[in-house]
Design a protein around this ligand. Structure first.
Ligand SMILES: Nc1ncnc2c1ncn2[C@@H]1O[C@H](COP(=O)(O)OP(=O)(O)OP(=O)(O)O)[C@@H](O)[C@H]1O
Ligand SMILES: [Mg+2]
Length: 224
């Protein structure tokens, strides 16, 4: 059992960063939150309901309201940027093409990549893929966003841009977010609160300063 006593309440509109070593179960936590993995014990409540007791229709509605940014960006390689962004809209809403177009353009503008609309994923850099992945998530206007290592594999400048984008989306939309990262610059930029995961439990929660000045060696190691 990788998670033992995880207890965390995320407030509406805040960004929580989960810090933990590789293999400590951070991705598993996110997958539990969106119902991809069912915990053996315990309850996960989102929008006030235990997500593992939802009926099919309720679950779909819950997933519509909950965006997930995968580590790789997870774009469909055989589809253009436009088609990638249209995909969730068609699937969830069956929208007309005129409406699709303006939504796609808006979402791309929001991530600063309006020019990339007719590109294929193979023509994009890693940072651009992350942005397009974010645009594809934002297009459904989620109320909660979950980010799994949003800056991993990017150079420091691009990482800062993506972190700034995450912060901007939160500020503009009042988005509730959970960010998993070991990029401390990303933590500094995005986190309202940090939760430190060790051996299946959260051993500390607090804002950046509170966690940074903690005396625990394990916690200190993240800030070195
Ligand atoms: N569906 C699952 N059910 C049970 N255990 C799983 C499941 N998926 C992954 N695990 C195990 O949980 C542990 C933590 O995996 P996880 O991917 O959450 O780590 P992580 O903290 O995200 O690490 P990294 O920083 O390397 O991404 C691993 O030992 C993995 O084998
Ligand atoms: Mg992971």
């Amino acid at each position: 059992m990788i998670l033992k006593g995880v207890n965390l309440a995320v407030k509406k509109g805040e960004t929580i960063v989960v810090l933990g070593k590789s293999g400590s179960g951070k991705s598993v936590i996110l997958q539990c939150i969106i119902g991809l993995i069912k915990p053996d014990e315990g309850v996960i409540k989102v929008f006030g309901k235990d997500i593992n007791t939802l009926g099919e229709k309720e679950f779909l509605d819950f997933r519509k309201r909950t965006g997930f940014l995968f580590q790789s960006g997870a774009l469909y390689d055989s589809m253009s940027v436009r088609e990638n962004l249209e995909f969730p809209l068609k699937r969830h809403y069956g929208l007309e093409s005129k409406e699709l177009n303006s939504k796609v353009e808006n979402a791309l503008r929001e991530v600063g990549l309006a020019d990339a609309i007719d590109k294929m994923p193979s023509e994009l850099s890693g940072g651009m893929r992350k942005r397009i992945g974010l645009a594809r998530t934002l297009i459904l206007q989620p109320e909660i966003l979950l980010y799994d290592e949003p800056t991993t594999g990017l150079d420091p400048g691009t990482s800062r841009e993506i972190s700034g984008l995450i912060r901007g989306v939160q500020k503009e939309r009042g988005m509730t977010s959970v960010v998993i990262t070991h990029d401390m610059e990303c933590v500094r930029i995005t986190a309202d609160r940090i939760a430190v995961l060790k051996e299946g439990r959260f051993i500390k929660t607090g804002n950046y300063e509170e966690v940074k000045t903690d005396g625990d060696e394990f916690i200190k190691s993240f800030f070195e």
